[in-house]
Write a protein that binds this ligand. Structure first.
Ligand code: PBG
Length: 331
């Protein structure tokens, strides 16, 4: 029966009615806070035009303090990125058992054994001297290409070194083919059969990673990441990546960025049934911060709307630079 019998506004008339029928809620425990941890001697991050406190580089003890705040706020996890003092062609800092991520994970687990879960980003881009996510191979007069198969072994070593340090979840973000299977095989053969893999499956070559690359010091020295990250025009390909990662043993799947990719959050959830994480990336954080600083919108209202919408689209877990703020606003 249509109007006037049906009146959609009936259930919107009071806060009580709206609360009674609200479909989607947000919980602090589904939020993940990224942490950037810099080794002593790492070159400083470039000065950006905006104040982006959640992208500030931390020392190891600073990261422990931030994770303690995350625990107090009830966040589910922190996601650790390392900024090394030295880079090389093989990104050896990524899989060094005394490297910045391994040291940070050990410090976090020791200081906060019951604290938020520790997820590590598994990639080479912060550690290679050229800033790409894999090893480069010269191909004559052309710019070098990123060698997929040579990279897999290094990624697998990286994941094992993180697991050995105590990481609860490893999250490959490199977009090489076959990395989930390579990580699973190496983790299993080293005895880490119970370490879950959160695969950045649908990761797009995006303009929204700019502030992250300054924070992490991972801007590519030549070319761009379009030979390995997805074309934003391709939804079917993204879904295929997700399905392949399931076949290789991924435990959770990520869609990244989040705001312009709600169709894929919904599709990945529907097609795979796996837990889905959405990464509300640095450029999305910067947009909200810039608009709020200019007085164009209310940061709290905007952030809670964004996070609720990602959950409504199908995200079980949300990585967001606003995680601490959101947890306080929800409390
Ligand atoms: C590393 C990585 C990136 C991000 C997460 N892991 C950058 C990139 O692929 O260039 C971006 C996160 C953000 O923008 O918040 N491969």
């Amino acid at each position: 029966m249509a109007y006037p019998h049906t009146r959609m506004r009936r259930l919107r008339a009071s806060a009580g009615l709206r609360g009674l029928v609200r479909e989607t809620g947000l919980r602090a425990e589904q939020l993940v806070l990224p942490l950037f941890v810099a080794e002593a001697g790492a070159p400083p991050a470039p000065e950006g035009p905006l104040e982006l406190p959640a992208l500030a580089r931390l020392s190891i003890s600073g990261a422990v303090e931030r994770a303690r705040e995350a625990a107090q706020a009830g966040l589910g996890a922190v996601l650790v990125f390392g900024v090394p003092a030295h880079k090389d062609a093989e990104g050896s800092g990524a899989y060094d058992d005394e490297g910045i991520v391994a040291l940070t994970v050990r410090a976090l687990k020791q200081a906060l054994p019951d604290g938020p879960l520790v997820i590590t980003d598994v990639c080479l881009c912060e550690y290679t001297d050229h800033g790409h996510c894999g090893v480069a191979r010269e191909t004559g007069p052309h710019p070098p290409t990123i060698d997929n198969d040579a990279t897999l072994e290094l990624l697998a070593r990286t994941a094992v070194s993180h697991a050995r340090a105590g990481a609860d979840i490893v999250a490959p973000s490199d977009m090489m083919d076959g990395r989930v299977g390579a990580l699973r095989a190496e983790l299993d053969s080293e005895g880490y059969t119970d370490t879950p893999i959160l695969a950045y499956s649908a990761k797009f070559a995006s303009a929204f990673y700019g502030p992250f690359r300054d924070a992490a010091g991972s801007t590519p020295a030549f070319g761009d990441r379009r030979s390995y990250q997805l074309d934003p025009a391709n939804g079917a390909q993204a879904l295929r990546e997700a399905v392949l990662d399931v076949g290789e043993g991924a435990d959770m799947l990520m869609v990244k960025p989040a705001l312009a990719y709600g169709d894929l959050i919904a599709a990945v959830k529907r097609e795979t049934g796996l837990p889905v994480a959405a990464y509300n990336v640095s450029g999305e954080y910067a947009m909200v911060r810039a608009a709020a600083a200019a007085g164009a919108l209310d940061e709290r209202e905007a952030v809670l709307e964004i996070l609720t919408s990602l959950a409504r689209a199908g995200a079980d877990t949300i990585v967001t630079y606003h995680a601490l703020d959101a947890a306080h606003w929800l409390a």
